[in-house]
Design a protein around this ligand. Structure first.
Ligand SMILES: Nc1ncnc2c1ncn2[C@@H]1O[C@H](COP(=O)(O)OP(=O)(O)OP(=O)(O)O)[C@@H](O)[C@H]1O
Ligand SMILES: [Mg+2]
Length: 269
Protein backbone atom coordinates (compact mmCIF):
# COMPACT_ATOMS: atom_id res chain seq x y z
CA UNK A 1 0.00 0.00 0.00
CA UNK A 2 1.44 3.41 -0.92
CA UNK A 3 1.88 6.08 1.74
CA UNK A 4 -0.92 8.66 1.90
CA UNK A 5 -0.43 11.93 0.04
CA UNK A 6 0.24 14.04 3.12
CA UNK A 7 3.12 11.80 4.13
CA UNK A 8 4.94 12.30 0.85
CA UNK A 9 3.97 15.99 0.74
CA UNK A 10 5.69 16.65 4.09
CA UNK A 11 8.35 13.94 3.61
CA UNK A 12 7.41 11.94 6.73
CA UNK A 13 9.41 8.77 7.30
CA UNK A 14 6.37 7.05 8.79
CA UNK A 15 2.87 7.77 10.01
CA UNK A 16 3.08 10.84 12.28
CA UNK A 17 1.59 11.00 15.79
CA UNK A 18 1.58 7.24 16.07
CA UNK A 19 0.60 5.22 19.12
CA UNK A 20 3.39 2.68 18.65
CA UNK A 21 6.18 4.69 20.27
CA UNK A 22 9.29 2.91 21.52
CA UNK A 23 10.39 3.92 25.05
CA UNK A 24 13.16 6.03 23.48
CA UNK A 25 10.60 7.92 21.40
CA UNK A 26 8.47 8.89 24.38
CA UNK A 27 8.75 12.60 25.28
CA UNK A 28 10.12 13.01 28.79
CA UNK A 29 7.52 15.40 30.20
CA UNK A 30 7.44 16.42 33.89
CA UNK A 31 4.32 14.27 34.26
CA UNK A 32 6.13 11.26 32.83
CA UNK A 33 9.05 11.75 35.21
CA UNK A 34 6.54 12.06 38.07
CA UNK A 35 5.01 8.70 37.14
CA UNK A 36 8.50 7.17 36.84
CA UNK A 37 9.60 8.41 40.27
CA UNK A 38 6.48 7.14 42.01
CA UNK A 39 6.64 3.85 40.11
CA UNK A 40 10.14 3.27 41.52
CA UNK A 41 9.06 4.23 45.03
CA UNK A 42 6.11 1.81 44.97
CA UNK A 43 8.29 -0.93 43.48
CA UNK A 44 10.89 -0.56 46.22
CA UNK A 45 8.28 -0.71 48.98
CA UNK A 46 6.22 -3.51 47.46
CA UNK A 47 3.24 -1.20 47.89
CA UNK A 48 0.40 0.02 45.67
CA UNK A 49 0.45 3.09 43.41
CA UNK A 50 -2.17 4.88 41.31
CA UNK A 51 -2.05 6.68 37.99
CA UNK A 52 -5.25 8.48 37.10
CA UNK A 53 -6.15 10.89 34.34
CA UNK A 54 -8.52 11.78 31.56
CA UNK A 55 -8.90 9.59 28.48
CA UNK A 56 -5.79 9.87 26.32
CA UNK A 57 -3.73 11.84 28.85
CA UNK A 58 -0.79 9.44 28.53
CA UNK A 59 -1.27 6.99 31.43
CA UNK A 60 -0.46 3.77 29.59
CA UNK A 61 2.45 5.36 27.74
CA UNK A 62 3.94 6.67 31.00
CA UNK A 63 3.66 3.25 32.65
CA UNK A 64 5.09 1.42 29.63
CA UNK A 65 8.02 3.82 29.73
CA UNK A 66 8.47 3.44 33.52
CA UNK A 67 8.42 -0.36 33.20
CA UNK A 68 10.82 -0.33 30.23
CA UNK A 69 13.55 1.02 32.54
CA UNK A 70 13.49 -2.18 34.63
CA UNK A 71 16.19 -4.66 33.80
CA UNK A 72 14.62 -7.95 32.66
CA UNK A 73 17.20 -9.99 34.59
CA UNK A 74 15.92 -8.40 37.82
CA UNK A 75 12.25 -7.65 37.19
CA UNK A 76 9.24 -9.17 35.53
CA UNK A 77 6.52 -6.73 34.61
CA UNK A 78 3.14 -8.40 34.74
CA UNK A 79 0.92 -6.18 32.62
CA UNK A 80 -2.79 -6.88 32.57
CA UNK A 81 -5.57 -4.84 31.06
CA UNK A 82 -8.56 -5.05 33.34
CA UNK A 83 -12.10 -5.59 32.18
CA UNK A 84 -15.46 -5.44 33.85
CA UNK A 85 -15.13 -9.15 34.53
CA UNK A 86 -14.92 -11.13 37.75
CA UNK A 87 -11.88 -11.53 39.98
CA UNK A 88 -11.50 -15.01 38.50
CA UNK A 89 -10.93 -13.52 35.07
CA UNK A 90 -8.29 -11.18 36.43
CA UNK A 91 -6.57 -14.01 38.31
CA UNK A 92 -6.53 -16.10 35.13
CA UNK A 93 -4.95 -13.23 33.19
CA UNK A 94 -2.24 -12.91 35.83
CA UNK A 95 -1.69 -16.68 36.08
CA UNK A 96 -1.23 -16.77 32.28
CA UNK A 97 1.66 -14.31 32.57
CA UNK A 98 3.30 -16.72 35.01
CA UNK A 99 3.04 -19.33 32.27
CA UNK A 100 0.40 -21.27 34.09
CA UNK A 101 -2.43 -22.55 31.97
CA UNK A 102 -5.23 -23.36 34.31
CA UNK A 103 -8.79 -24.48 34.11
CA UNK A 104 -9.27 -23.95 37.80
CA UNK A 105 -12.52 -22.26 38.74
CA UNK A 106 -11.66 -21.57 42.34
CA UNK A 107 -10.37 -18.20 43.51
CA UNK A 108 -8.34 -19.82 46.24
CA UNK A 109 -6.70 -22.24 43.81
CA UNK A 110 -5.86 -19.46 41.36
CA UNK A 111 -4.45 -17.28 44.10
CA UNK A 112 -2.29 -20.18 45.21
CA UNK A 113 -0.99 -20.62 41.67
CA UNK A 114 -0.12 -16.92 41.45
CA UNK A 115 1.57 -16.94 44.86
CA UNK A 116 3.57 -19.96 43.76
CA UNK A 117 4.60 -18.12 40.57
CA UNK A 118 5.68 -15.09 42.62
CA UNK A 119 7.67 -17.25 45.05
CA UNK A 120 9.48 -18.99 42.20
CA UNK A 121 10.44 -15.65 40.68
CA UNK A 122 11.63 -14.26 44.01
CA UNK A 123 13.68 -17.41 44.51
CA UNK A 124 15.41 -16.64 41.18
CA UNK A 125 15.93 -13.08 42.48
CA UNK A 126 13.44 -11.67 40.00
CA UNK A 127 10.98 -9.14 41.40
CA UNK A 128 7.55 -9.19 39.76
CA UNK A 129 5.73 -5.87 39.37
CA UNK A 130 2.01 -5.96 38.61
CA UNK A 131 0.52 -3.22 36.42
CA UNK A 132 -3.24 -3.19 36.01
CA UNK A 133 -4.25 -0.83 33.25
CA UNK A 134 -7.88 0.27 32.82
CA UNK A 135 -8.38 -0.55 36.50
CA UNK A 136 -11.30 1.89 36.60
CA UNK A 137 -13.29 -0.82 34.78
CA UNK A 138 -12.89 -3.34 37.58
CA UNK A 139 -15.85 -4.44 39.65
CA UNK A 140 -15.97 -3.59 43.35
CA UNK A 141 -15.62 -7.28 44.15
CA UNK A 142 -12.18 -7.14 42.51
CA UNK A 143 -11.09 -4.08 44.51
CA UNK A 144 -12.02 -5.81 47.75
CA UNK A 145 -9.84 -8.85 47.08
CA UNK A 146 -6.87 -7.64 45.09
CA UNK A 147 -4.67 -6.97 48.13
CA UNK A 148 -4.59 -10.69 48.90
CA UNK A 149 -2.28 -11.16 45.92
CA UNK A 150 0.47 -9.05 47.50
CA UNK A 151 0.86 -11.06 50.66
CA UNK A 152 1.44 -14.71 51.43
CA UNK A 153 -0.38 -16.52 54.22
CA UNK A 154 2.28 -16.71 56.90
CA UNK A 155 4.07 -13.54 55.98
CA UNK A 156 3.10 -9.90 56.28
CA UNK A 157 5.80 -8.69 53.91
CA UNK A 158 4.40 -7.36 50.64
CA UNK A 159 5.83 -9.26 47.68
CA UNK A 160 4.01 -7.85 44.72
CA UNK A 161 4.19 -4.13 44.01
CA UNK A 162 1.11 -3.08 42.13
CA UNK A 163 0.28 -0.05 40.00
CA UNK A 164 -3.33 0.65 39.07
CA UNK A 165 -4.05 2.99 36.18
CA UNK A 166 -7.36 4.28 34.99
CA UNK A 167 -9.77 7.13 34.64
CA UNK A 168 -10.67 9.37 37.53
CA UNK A 169 -13.53 7.16 38.74
CA UNK A 170 -10.89 4.71 39.91
CA UNK A 171 -10.74 6.90 43.01
CA UNK A 172 -14.49 6.47 43.56
CA UNK A 173 -14.13 2.68 43.61
CA UNK A 174 -11.35 3.00 46.17
CA UNK A 175 -13.55 5.05 48.53
CA UNK A 176 -15.78 2.08 49.35
CA UNK A 177 -15.26 0.42 52.70
CA UNK A 178 -14.73 -2.93 51.01
CA UNK A 179 -11.82 -1.42 49.02
CA UNK A 180 -10.07 -0.17 52.15
CA UNK A 181 -7.52 -3.01 52.45
CA UNK A 182 -6.30 -2.15 48.95
CA UNK A 183 -6.63 1.63 49.36
CA UNK A 184 -4.64 1.54 52.61
CA UNK A 185 -1.68 0.09 50.73
CA UNK A 186 -1.51 3.02 48.32
CA UNK A 187 1.61 5.10 48.96
CA UNK A 188 1.83 7.25 45.83
CA UNK A 189 -0.41 8.59 43.12
CA UNK A 190 -0.07 10.69 40.01
CA UNK A 191 -2.86 12.46 38.22
CA UNK A 192 -2.18 13.26 34.57
CA UNK A 193 -3.72 16.43 33.22
CA UNK A 194 -3.75 18.09 29.83
CA UNK A 195 -0.48 19.78 28.91
CA UNK A 196 -0.18 23.56 28.52
CA UNK A 197 0.63 25.60 25.41
CA UNK A 198 4.39 25.60 25.96
CA UNK A 199 4.52 21.88 26.44
CA UNK A 200 2.22 21.36 23.46
CA UNK A 201 4.74 23.16 21.24
CA UNK A 202 7.45 20.82 22.50
CA UNK A 203 5.14 17.84 22.09
CA UNK A 204 4.25 18.60 18.46
CA UNK A 205 7.92 19.28 17.65
CA UNK A 206 8.87 16.01 19.23
CA UNK A 207 6.39 13.96 17.21
CA UNK A 208 7.54 15.67 14.00
CA UNK A 209 11.15 14.78 14.83
CA UNK A 210 10.15 11.12 15.24
CA UNK A 211 9.01 11.09 11.60
CA UNK A 212 12.12 12.89 10.40
CA UNK A 213 10.98 16.54 10.22
CA UNK A 214 13.22 19.11 11.88
CA UNK A 215 11.27 22.31 11.22
CA UNK A 216 8.04 23.27 12.98
CA UNK A 217 5.16 22.66 10.55
CA UNK A 218 2.50 24.19 12.83
CA UNK A 219 1.98 27.94 12.96
CA UNK A 220 1.64 29.46 16.48
CA UNK A 221 -2.10 29.88 15.83
CA UNK A 222 -2.40 26.22 14.83
CA UNK A 223 -0.62 25.18 18.03
CA UNK A 224 -3.04 27.28 20.08
CA UNK A 225 -5.96 25.70 18.22
CA UNK A 226 -4.62 22.19 18.90
CA UNK A 227 -4.00 22.98 22.56
CA UNK A 228 -7.46 24.45 23.04
CA UNK A 229 -9.24 21.86 20.91
CA UNK A 230 -7.65 18.99 22.81
CA UNK A 231 -7.64 20.49 26.28
CA UNK A 232 -3.99 19.40 26.25
CA UNK A 233 -4.98 15.72 26.09
CA UNK A 234 -2.47 13.87 23.99
CA UNK A 235 -4.51 11.42 21.95
CA UNK A 236 -6.92 14.15 20.89
CA UNK A 237 -3.97 16.46 20.14
CA UNK A 238 -2.49 13.68 17.96
CA UNK A 239 -5.72 13.34 16.02
CA UNK A 240 -6.13 17.08 15.56
CA UNK A 241 -2.49 17.52 14.51
CA UNK A 242 -2.58 14.64 12.02
CA UNK A 243 -5.93 15.78 10.59
CA UNK A 244 -4.62 19.33 10.24
CA UNK A 245 -1.56 18.05 8.36
CA UNK A 246 -3.89 16.21 5.97
CA UNK A 247 -5.96 19.37 5.44
CA UNK A 248 -2.83 21.48 4.85
CA UNK A 249 -1.37 18.95 2.38
CA UNK A 250 -4.67 18.93 0.46
CA UNK A 251 -4.24 22.69 0.01
CA UNK A 252 -0.50 22.32 -0.72
CA UNK A 253 0.33 24.50 2.32
CA UNK A 254 3.71 23.80 3.94
CA UNK A 255 2.65 25.55 7.17
CA UNK A 256 -0.40 24.32 9.06
CA UNK A 257 -2.84 27.13 9.96
CA UNK A 258 -5.55 27.33 12.64
CA UNK A 259 -8.15 26.80 9.90
CA UNK A 260 -6.64 23.38 9.11
CA UNK A 261 -7.02 22.42 12.76
CA UNK A 262 -10.63 23.60 12.67
CA UNK A 263 -11.27 21.45 9.60
CA UNK A 264 -9.67 18.47 11.36
CA UNK A 265 -11.86 19.00 14.43
CA UNK A 266 -15.01 18.58 12.37
CA UNK A 267 -13.98 14.94 11.80
CA UNK A 268 -13.59 14.16 15.50
CA UNK A 269 -16.21 13.44 18.10
N1 LIG B 1 5.17 11.12 26.77
C1 LIG B 1 4.66 10.99 25.54
N2 LIG B 1 5.43 11.26 24.46
C2 LIG B 1 4.90 11.17 23.22
N3 LIG B 1 3.66 10.78 22.96
C3 LIG B 1 2.87 10.48 24.00
C4 LIG B 1 3.32 10.56 25.34
N4 LIG B 1 2.30 10.20 26.16
C5 LIG B 1 1.27 9.91 25.37
N5 LIG B 1 1.60 10.07 24.07
C6 LIG B 1 0.71 9.89 22.91
O1 LIG B 1 -0.63 10.03 23.34
C7 LIG B 1 -1.38 8.86 22.98
C8 LIG B 1 -2.34 8.55 24.12
O2 LIG B 1 -1.59 8.11 25.26
P1 LIG B 1 -2.05 6.87 26.14
O3 LIG B 1 -2.66 5.80 25.32
O4 LIG B 1 -0.88 6.53 26.99
O5 LIG B 1 -3.16 7.56 27.04
P2 LIG B 1 -4.07 6.91 28.18
O6 LIG B 1 -4.18 7.94 29.25
O7 LIG B 1 -3.54 5.60 28.55
O8 LIG B 1 -5.46 6.77 27.42
P3 LIG B 1 -6.75 5.88 27.85
O9 LIG B 1 -7.47 6.68 28.90
O10 LIG B 1 -7.57 5.78 26.60
O11 LIG B 1 -6.24 4.57 28.34
C9 LIG B 1 -0.34 7.79 22.72
O12 LIG B 1 -0.77 6.92 21.71
C10 LIG B 1 0.87 8.55 22.27
O13 LIG B 1 0.83 8.75 20.87
MG1 LIG C 1 -4.43 3.71 28.47
Amino acid sequence: MSAPLYRSFFGFRKEPFGSDLTPEEVLKTPALEAVGGRFDYVRNLGAVGLVTGEVGSGKSTALRWAASRLHPSEYLTVWVTASGGSILELYRQIAAVFDVETRSFSRAALRKIIHHGIKELLHKKIQPVLIIDEASLMRLEVFSELHTLCQFEADSKPHLPMILAGQNNLLDSLQYRSSLPLASRIVARTHLEGIDQEEMTRYLDHHLKIVGVKSQLFSPEAITAIQQGSGGLLRRANNLARGALVAAANEKCQLVAAEHVRLASTELI
